[in-house]
Design a protein around this ligand. Structure first.
Ligand SMILES: NC(=O)c1ccc[n+]([C@@H]2O[C@H](COP(=O)([O-])OP(=O)(O)OC[C@H]3O[C@@H](n4cnc5c(N)ncnc54)[C@H](O)[C@@H]3O)[C@@H](O)[C@H]2O)c1
Ligand SMILES: NC(=O)c1ccc[n+]([C@@H]2O[C@H](COP(=O)([O-])OP(=O)(O)OC[C@H]3O[C@@H](n4cnc5c(N)ncnc54)[C@H](O)[C@@H]3O)[C@@H](O)[C@H]2O)c1
Lengths: 203, 203
């Protein structure tokens, strides 16, 4: 079982080699990422024998392999629940589309938003969430609703067949074993920064 | 040296006990967070002797202690660079202010934005970044500019005395040893989800 940190680094290597020359060495990747060359080589060997010792990795080949490993060699339709300030920023963001992730279904429960469009995508009522997800066979969703709504929205998504959730709401979600949940909690990241600043002044 | 994951969990415990009763047990915290009770007790012992075995933790006391450890027992002025879609979502967000983090300085380099206000906060030119940061003794900053601008913005911030950076731009930043950098890379989190979905279907 490959550590999640290694998967994150693989995602980073993939993005970095998007603009790379024909051949790239682990030293060059180390220079670009700030990670150790040995770490990079180890991460890549989890997945196979890439590259030639002393020569480096053929970029086109590595790109293909990493895209296949990460599953980004195909488009993904993503459901977004909550088209507020954060939701709008996420839908406008080109960076996700560049890797094949399209927020193609938007749900909200605010009557003044339902039936509107955001960047050409219709805003649907969460009442039709389950049906819409199953019809389009959506497996991935983003939660961008207030904390108190997170748990019920997560349950609705899972009932609709969602198997992978990126959650921005500052709440603890309980999901079944076969559902992958990633929480991005920005407020907690801020408190990590204040922790380190406080430590630094105390020593 | 306490692992960064433990610091993240401490931030989570703090938020959870904000709404807690007078006394809370590690079992209750386990129920609320989905983390193991033993893990929780171990995390808390990094920082001192809290609570009474068999009885639990006094919430008011634990709140005070954790706020002090995390450094969120005081307000923090945060500089934001880049008031685009993501920047606006961040400034509007009440959740940061609830923990004492206020984005009180906003910088951008778009002439049509400079001199405007966002939610009552003036948008300043990045040309005056260094001076404004030093005048207000700002130590913490958020980077919400495009990837290609990230490195130069980071350098400007560090020259202006910033010691802690939360970076949303999908670029690798190099910072001195005394600067704490946290990267939030949402596109990479998406590729982790697609990795797990791809694994699930292959097994
Ligand atoms: N804005 C940020 O920068 C930021 C940062 C960190 C975390 N978050 C978190 O992200 C979430 C969204 O933040 P925001 O600033 O966009 O808030 P917001 O209030 O602007 O948007 C929330 C949206 O969710 C909708 N909504 C509420 N309940 C719903 C439900 N049951 N089903 C469907 N839609 C529902 C609302 O109608 C609204 O459109 C919150 O949980 C917040 O804590 C936001
Ligand atoms: N929008 C999202 O949901 C999202 C998600 C993940 C990552 N990101 C990343 O966050 C960053 C911001 O995204 P966005 O959607 O808000 O983009 P945006 O284009 O809406 O906003 C970028 C802002 O930065 C300003 N800017 C550009 N160069 C600058 C400089 N040198 N100094 C000061 N300001 C400068 C622009 O004028 C603009 O206001 C990007 O790096 C993006 O990759 C955004």
């Amino acid at each position: 079982k490959i550590p999640s940190d290694a998967i994150k680094r693989i995602g980073l290597y993939y993005r970095i080699i998007m603009d790379a020359q024909e051949v790239i060495s682990s030293e060059q990747l180390s220079e670009l990422t700030g990670l150790g060359a040995a770490q990079i080589r180890k991460d890549l060997t989890y997945f196979g024998q890439f590259g030639t010792p002393g020569k480096g990795y053929k970029v086109d080949q590595l790109k293909k392999e990493l895209a296949q490993i990460l599953g980004i060699n195909r488009p993904w339709d993503v459901a977004l629940v909550g088209i507020g300030n954060l939701g709008k920023a996420l839908v406008s963001y080109q960076g996700f589309k560049n890797q094949g992730f399209q927020m193609s279904l938007i749900f909200d429960n605010n009557p003044s938003k339902i039936g509107q469009e955001y960047q050409g995508v219709p805003i649907r009522s969460t009442a039709e969430l389950g049906e819409a997800l199953k019809t389009k066979n959506i497996q991935m969703a983003v939660i961008a609703v207030p904390a108190e709504e997170g748990p019920s929205v997560a349950n609705q998504l899972i009932e609709g067949g969602i198997k992978a959730i990126l959650n921005f709401a500052p709440c603890c979600l309980k999901v079944p074993k076969n559902v992958k949940l990633i929480n991005i909690d920005m407020a907690i990241e801020f408190s990590r920064l204040s922790y380190y600043l406080t430590q630094a002044t105390e020593h």
